[in-house]
Ligand binder design. Structure first.
Ligand SMILES: Cc1cc2nc3c(=O)[nH]c(=O)nc-3n(C[C@H](O)[C@H](O)[C@H](O)COP(=O)(O)OP(=O)(O)OC[C@H]3O[C@@H](n4cnc5c(N)ncnc54)[C@H](O)[C@@H]3O)c2cc1C
Length: 430
């Protein structure tokens, strides 16, 4: 059994990615194995740290182009003016100093699954015994005309935090009172299912105080969305939802999606020819796994990487494990919490494989918090296990959405949301 101390060491204060059965009855053996991790986000950073904590003799290399990581969780709060983007920036110095992870700031250009090697941007070739990739998402631009990656400096997606977040925030701050912000919410599956609706809430929180004659239109690819009843109740309470003065309107358009954007005139056109004029457009494109997963042939025709759920090993290329947003761990959502949990179960699996130990039966937890105002929040939580066929299922009766919606309970949820952000970043990067 894991001792309480070992357990806390691995799961951290956020209690993420629980692993239940008897493991590590014997001390781990030394290993000269080399594990390479591509992508230093929530998934990759957590995997690197966890492997080193489980077996410090394993050589771990983390490949990440950027010297700093900017967290998407918390980035919607920038629009409401109570979070600064610089407070969401983390570096890799603890991973290299404390855990002795070899961090290389390069792009992984090419993976050769047969040779078990990776070629970096600088042409360096690196051999791996096991590879973990956590490259996050990239965007599908092919179902929209008039807008693509190169015009996203005019029409920001802000779905990768950093410059894009600052750009969208500046556009909202410079908008006239009485202006219209249009958020185009993507089809499923996508990174952070409640994200577009929390974003609408945070922008509304700002507009209510500074530009109250303005409006937010959410043009949605979907007929329903995450925590819908809680969001709608909150929008009614705080932003006049359903009245003629509502700050937020939600338009469900699954059969009539936006297919064209006139970037200069800021006009969006739907499949049936409906036109929407905006002052600010936040088009969040449909998504797929990060490009390196595609060029390595790790994706199926869904655009995501199928994996064996117990180990996160690719069902296409052995010895390559895919975690985080790029992978299909459904019904786990594409969230930082899930990426962190998948990283831990994957790390345990790899360390056990290398040490000839039996595989574990993992349990995952995910909670997604969202803010309605600066100090009112809501959440959805779920516990997941493996069934006898090796597929992930939701444990019935565990989790659910916020039950109490009185002011005090929503205020607690907002506090939990802010504490969760601290915990998950500590647990992943420190
Ligand atoms: C606005 C917003 C709010 C969100 N809020 C929440 C929240 O409250 N709670 C929550 O749980 N989740 C939230 N999320 C989702 C969360 O950000 C993602 O699910 C999480 O970042 C996924 O982690 P990842 O490791 O898969 O990818 P990422 O964190 O995106 O990391 C991928 C890393 O891979 C690197 N990379 C990519 N390609 C290569 C390559 N070829 N070579 C080397 N490195 C490469 C990138 O530079 C990047 O650092 C939010 C997302 C958004 C957009």
């Amino acid at each position: 059994m894991l001792s309480r101390r070992q357990f806390l060491n691995i799961t951290g204060s956020a209690s993420i990615g629980l692993l239940t059965p008897s493991c590590h009855k014997q001390p781990l053996k030394s290993s000269s194995a080399h594990i390479v991790i591509i992508g230093g986000g929530f998934g990759g950073a957590t995997a690197a740290k966890t492997i080193k904590k489980l077996d410090p003799t394993i050589q771990v290399t983390l490949i990440e182009p950027n010297s700093h990581y900017i967290s998407c969780p918390g980035s919607n709060w920038v629009f409401a003016d109570f979070k600064k983007i610089h407070s969401l920036v983390f570096n890799y110095s603890t991973l290299s100093r404390l855990y002795h992870v070899n961090v290389i700031h390069q792009v992984a250009n090419h993976i050769d699954p047969k040779k078990q090697s990776i070629t970096l941007n600088n042409q360096q070739e690196i051999h791996y015994d096991r590879l973990i990739i956590s490259p996050g998402i990239d965007f599908q631009w092919n179902n929209i005309s008039g807008h693509n990656a190169s015009t996203s400096h005019l029409i920001p997606h802000a779905w990768k935090a950093g410059q894009q977040t600052i750009l969208l925030n500046n556009q909202i701050k410079n908008m006239r009172n009485g202006g219209t912000v249009i958020i185009c919410a993507p089809p499923n599956p996508f990174r952070c299912p409640p994200g577009p609706y929390e974003r609408a809430s945070m922008i509304a929180h700002y507009l209510k105080r500074h530009k109250p004659r303005s409006k937010i239109l959410i043009l949605d690819h979907k007929s329903q969305f995450s925590k819908q009843t809680l969001f709608i109740a909150g929008w009614k309470k705080y932003y006049g939802y359903g009245t003629s003065n509502s700050l937020i309107e939600w338009h469900s358009m699954p059969d009539n999606p936006i297919i064209n954007i006139d970037v200069k005139k800021k006009i969006l056109e739907s499949d049936f020819g409906d036109k929407f004029t905006a002052d600010v457009i936040n088009y969040i494109p449909p998504q797929k796994a990060g490009n390196i997963a595609f060029s390595t042939g790790l994706c199926d025709d869904t655009g995501w990487c199928p994996v064996t759920h117990q180990t996160s090993e690719s069902t296409i290329h052995p010895k390559i494990h895919v975690i985080g947003d790029a992978s299909t761990h459904s019904p786990l959502p594409k969230s930082a919490f899930a990426a962190n949990a998948e990283a831990k179960t994957c790390a345990f699996s790899i360390v056990n494989i290398l040490n000839n130990q039996p595989l574990l039966e993992p349990t995952w937890i995910n909670t997604c918090y969202s803010l309605l105002t600066e100090d009112q929040g809501i959440s959805v939580a779920m516990v997941y296990k493996l069934n006898s066929k090796g597929k992930i299922y939701k444990v019935e009766g565990a989790g659910g959405i916020s039950k109490k919606t009185d002011k005090q309970s929503l205020s607690y949820e907002a506090t939990y949301a802010k504490q969760w952000l601290k915990n998950i970043t500590l647990d992943s990067f420190f």
